[in-house]
Write a protein that binds this ligand. Structure first.
Ligand code: SF4
Length: 259
């Protein structure tokens, strides 16, 4: 890396509250620029856990009435949706945003006040942190990245979505995933993880392993809004990002080998 790139990376890691800055000892040549963001210690720590855990399956059998919809029809359906009580106090639905053919899909919990006002996921402070987390692994919102939430309307007072609300909204996300066909899903926070995996478990027990959502590899890390409050867990989030990069590299290598 050039001195300028090193400075930029150091700034990003400082921005997401991670120090000291780790240095990569060995990086695959083909992905050197991406891997250079990953601390060797964190990568090494994940080596025994590359093997996948037993597949976990979404509790949602199909996308229901939105099955087969294309992007315009799906967006229109969400914009008019009144399938749960969350429609009553929303200002805007928050459909999701990004590259509709992305390899990376990040899924959060639901819109907050800023998102409800702007109709875009992860704006405000949590969004800024997510953008910095993406930058730290050489990703950028909208470029090979799609960002969505479990529910498309803001839960009042930023409470967690109720199970019936998440269930009512699940077909939309499921159809988005079918259309995007991401290589890797990152669940941001417990609400996203529990709803995508269809089972209750702590973030601590879910992170650091590869799960499956309907056959698609899924990793779990902390929600950026939580990380804004829990500074001590930012280093764990960085480990999760390194694991995500490593997992994507492995998936890409496997895809090339299969050709
Ligand atoms: Fe419809 Fe989802 Fe909004 Fe509920 S949260 S009203 S299911 S779009």
């Amino acid at each position: 890396m050039t001195d300028d790139q090193n400075m930029r990376r150091d700034e990003l890691l400082k921005e997401i509250g991670i120090s000291p800055v780790w240095r990569l000892r060995v990086a695959p040549q083909a992905a050197a620029e991406v891997a250079a963001f990953a601390p060797a210690a964190a990568l090494a720590a994940h080596e025994p856990e590359v093997a996948t855990t037993a597949p976990t399956v979404s509790r949602n059998a199909d996308a229901g009435p939105v099955a087969g919809m294309d992007w315009p029809a799906l967006k229109a359906s969400v914009a008019d949706c009144r399938a749960c009580v969350l429609h009553q106090k929303r200002n805007k639905t928050v459909f999701g945003i990004g590259d509709e053919n992305a390899d990376w899909l990040f899924v959060g919990e639901g819109p907050g006040a800023d998102e409800d006002a702007q109709g875009e996921p992860f704006v405000g402070q949590a969004g800024k942190l997510l953008d910095n987390m993406l930058s730290a692994i050489a990703l950028k919102r909208g470029a090979n990245v799609y960002i969505a939430n479990i529910v498309k309307c803001r839960p009042p007072g930023n409470r967690n979505p109720q199970p019936e609300e998440a269930e009512a909204c699940s077909g939309y996300l499921q159809r988005q995933i079918e259309l995007i066909q991401p290589k890797l899903i990152i669940a941001l926070g417990k609400v996203a993880a529990v709803n995508l995996l269809g089972r209750d478990a702590s973030i601590a027990s879910l992170r650091g392993q590869q799960h499956l959502y309907r056959g698609i590899p899924l990793l779990v890390t902390y929600h950026p809004a939580y990380l804004l409050r829990a500074l001590s867990d930012k280093s764990k989030a960085w480990e999760d990002l390194c694991f995500a990069v490593e997992t994507m590299q492995r998936l890409q290598s496997a895809a090339v080998a299969a050709i």
